[in-house]
Ligand binder design. Structure first.
Ligand code: CO
Length: 278
């Protein structure tokens, strides 16, 4: 086994997105543009409704998947192909935008609070224009595993032992775990050698290799086939995310991520001409 070490630590930047949602963005940013196949990681947790009530009114996506995972509160969404619903506490929405979707995402508090994350996963060239698709996973379908020493894992995607997460048939073969490690406990998890991996520590303190992390922090992991995370003085709450890199050129323009500038220009032309949604 080769343990992955932390190669980069990023303190998320406070940014304003959508119609004025204040959120913490780990990337893209000054120190990391993307971690193939992952293109963006936002944390929109807040106990101040004015930070997020403006929401994300109708906007397009093409060429990517957007993954919304909530701990608290709700995100109300509807889209251009007649799909609408609510992502609630503990739920995950894995949306494959493919050739194009227009949608709105409106965060709403429950008991005055929202906590959640959005991750963007790149599609390979051969799937960028695939038909849009949703995997809506309610909380009760996400296995909550209690491991040795009291470690709790909510398994959104990937595998823990013999258990497989409910999000399946995603090209990047993702791992998406929400892990709670009690103080004084070490958690280890195998990670496919060829995959890129990150940890987003959203609460508490953790040590990974020699690196101490204090929430909120993103840790990019180097090569290896295992990660060991040690919660020392306090419990650690984190997302462990990994996926297969595409090694393809990335041409991005806001919510569109294609392989070439020409494809981006074509997308903008289709938007202007009203042929973006088919
Ligand atoms: Co969106």
């Amino acid at each position: 086994m080769q343990d992955r070490v932390v190669t980069q630590v990023i303190t998320p930047a406070l940014v304003s997105e959508g119609a004025g949602v204040r959120l913490r963005r780990s990337f893209p940013g000054r120190s990391l543009d993307h971690l193939d196949p992952f293109l963006l990681l936002d944390d929109f947790s807040s106990d101040r409704p004015k930070d997020y009530l403006a929401g994300f009114p109708m906007h397009p996506h093409r060429g990517i998947e957007t993954v919304t995972y909530l701990l608290d509160g709700e995100v109300h969404h509807q889209d251009s192909i007649g799909h609408a619903g609510v992502v609630g506490p503990g739920d995950c929405q894995w949306m494959t935008a493919g050739r194009g979707i227009l949608h709105e995402e409106m965060p709403r508090p429950v008991d005055g609070r929202i906590a959640g994350f959005q991750l963007w996963v790149n599609l390979p060239a051969r799937l960028k224009m695939t038909a849009p698709r949703y995997q809506e996973v309610p909380a009760y379908r996400i296995p909550q595993l209690l491991l040795d020493d009291g470690v709790q894992v909510r398994l959104v995607a990937g595998r823990v032992g013999q258990v497989e997460g409910p999000v399946r048939e995603i090209a990047a073969e993702p791992t998406y775990l929400d892990v709670t490690i009690p103080a004084g406990v070490r958690f280890q998890h195998p990670v496919e050698q060829s995959h890129n991996a990150l940890i987003y520590l959203y609460a508490g303190v953790a040590h990974v290799s020699e690196q101490q992390l204090e929430a909120p922090r993103l840790a990019v992991l180097g090569e290896g086939d295992r990660v060991i995370i040690h919660a020392t003085d306090a419990a650690a709450h984190l997302l462990l995310v990994a996926g297969r890199p595409w090694g393809e050129p990335v041409a991005r323009y806001g919510p569109f991520v294609m392989n070439t500038r020409e494809e981006i220009q074509h997308t903008l032309l289709e938007l202007r001409q009203g042929t973006f949604i088919r």
